[in-house]
Design a protein around this ligand. Structure first.
Ligand code: AMP
Length: 428
């Protein structure tokens, strides 16, 4: 299957080819013809599957093929987070670069006036988070009565974040006659209910069963005491000579603390979470993408939808409470078919979460251990469910890069360290 066989216009094919895509991803080859045909769509597709181009390309083509005079927005894309909104907006600009359409990016946490000015000048496509969009609607700085296509991106996360009432209020402002596209990583009961009230005779596509990302990512678990996580993480980064790693913590406070500790250990790090200003978050992400920052420490919500090309390493410094979030987290790596590695540092108090995650994945995650960070026997003992503990895990060839760690780390593990990874001590 090629992009040209999907019926896309010459301008869009050129933009796709500039972007360097050789062929459509599965979600693109399924979704694009449906959207071009004007049908409603319900798609199960996570970030990383190429879903953004899957809806952006055909909606641009719709605008191209159906010219209108209205200066009011004709396409509305709703996303749960500012970061995702910014990334979708960037994609719209990338794929639409040979087309004359105007776009506006609308999210909270920044001055509203430039957005008002932008909307006043006219925007064919608006990419927005729900709260700020409603602010504009209330101030009558946006007219949503000409929207022809509505996209709900990462709808499941919007519901998780409590946006359902905002979404319903926005829906009430849209014309009844319109095309609706709903993308969601999972089809929970709540999503089904939302879809039932929103979509008309939708085409349903499910190209990315929930665990497909998980299957592509090389995953492993280090069972360790809480107190050695910091040193183990610094060792992993140093000994593996990782240049770019996304690290998850549960709390904003934890993200800040870990960020400071990594800096003390000589690893350039930044934290992104909801308490950081939009400017600080964007700056951190840019520096991370450019390679000035090696470690980006994030909470689940801040990291949602981050699109970082070729992100090779994800570390769960703490496991998420909700098992589905584990799948979202590790979906940050191994994107669009590339290989990636996800490592979880699991302390005894997190064993319940680990079991829930393995139940969801229907797989036991391989255990790994680093010399010098072996958990004491009590940590390993109560693990009756996991029979795969002997498997060896070698996340990547161990580059010897110990100098930084040894000379700068404040917190040490137990005993000496060596740049060697071994299978867990169940066979001790
Ligand atoms: P998305 O799921 O939309 O966030 O896209 C995930 C990543 O896949 C982004 O970095 C895209 O640039 C990339 N991507 C999208 N479509 C393709 C394609 N057809 N071939 C290769 N990479 C793609």
């Amino acid at each position: 299957m090629s992009f040209s066989s999907l019926g896309l216009s010459a301008e869009l094919l050129r933009a796709v080819s500039d972007r360097g895509y050789a062929e459509p991803t599965p979600v693109q080859s399924r979704a694009i013809p449906v959207v071009l045909a004007g049908r409603d769509l319900q798609a199960a597709a996570q970030t990383g599957t190429g879903k953004t181009a899957g809806f952006t390309l055909p909606l641009l083509q719709h605008l191209q093929k159906n010219p209108q005079r209205s200066r009011a927005p004709r396409v509305l894309v709703l996303t749960p987070t500012r970061e995702l909104a910014a990334q979708v907006h960037e994609s719209v600009q990338t794929y639409g670069k040979y087309l004359p359409f105007t776009t506006a990016l609308i999210f909270g946490g920044v001055n509203i006036n430039p957005q008002i000015e932008k909307l006043r000048r006219g925007a064919d496509i608006v990419v927005a988070t729900p709260g700020r969009l409603l602010d504009h609607a209330q101030q009558k700085t946006i007219d949503l009565s000409h929207v022809e296509i509505l996209v709900l991106d990462e709808a499941d996360r919007m519901l998780d974040m409590g946006f359902i009432r905002d979404i319903r209020r926005i829906l009430a402002l849209l014309p009844k006659q319109r095309q609706n596209l709903l993308f969601s990583a999972t089809f929970s009961e709540d999503i089904r209910k939302l879809a039932a009230g929103l979509l008309h005779n939708p085409e349903i596509i499910d190209v990315a069963p929930r665990n497909s990302t998980a299957e592509r990512v090389s995953q492993c678990v280090y069972l360790c005491e809480k107190g050695v996580k910091r040193a183990l993480l610094a060792w992993l980064i140093g000994s593996g000579n990782w240049r770019q790693v996304l690290i998850f913590t549960r709390t904003k406070h934890g993200a800040n603390r870990l960020c400071t500790q990594l800096q003390q250990d000589g690893i350039e790090a930044a934290a992104i979470h909801g308490n950081k200003s939009q400017g600080a978050r964007t700056r951190a992400l840019t520096e991370f993408k450019q390679g000035h920052i090696r470690a980006l420490v994030a909470t689940d919500i801040a990291a949602r939808g981050l699109d970082i090309d070729q992100l090779p390493h994800v570390v769960n410094y703490e496991l998420p409470n909700v098992p589905e979030d584990y799948v979202h987290r590790i979906g940050r790596t191994a994107r669009a078919g590339r290989a990636g590695e996800a490592i979880s540092l699991v302390s005894p108090d997190e064993r319940g979460c680990l079991r829930d995650i393995e139940r969801l994945l229907k797989q036991e995650l391989p255990r790994a251990t680093a010399e010098g960070f072996r958990p004491n026997p009590a940590v390993l003992k109560p693990e009756p469910d996991n029979r795969s503990a002997h498997r060896e895990h070698r996340p990547q060839p161990a580059h010897r890069h110990e100098s930084g760690w040894h000379s700068r780390s404040g917190a040490r593990g137990q005993g000496q360290h060596s740049a060697r990874r071994r299978n867990t001590g169940r066979s001790r």
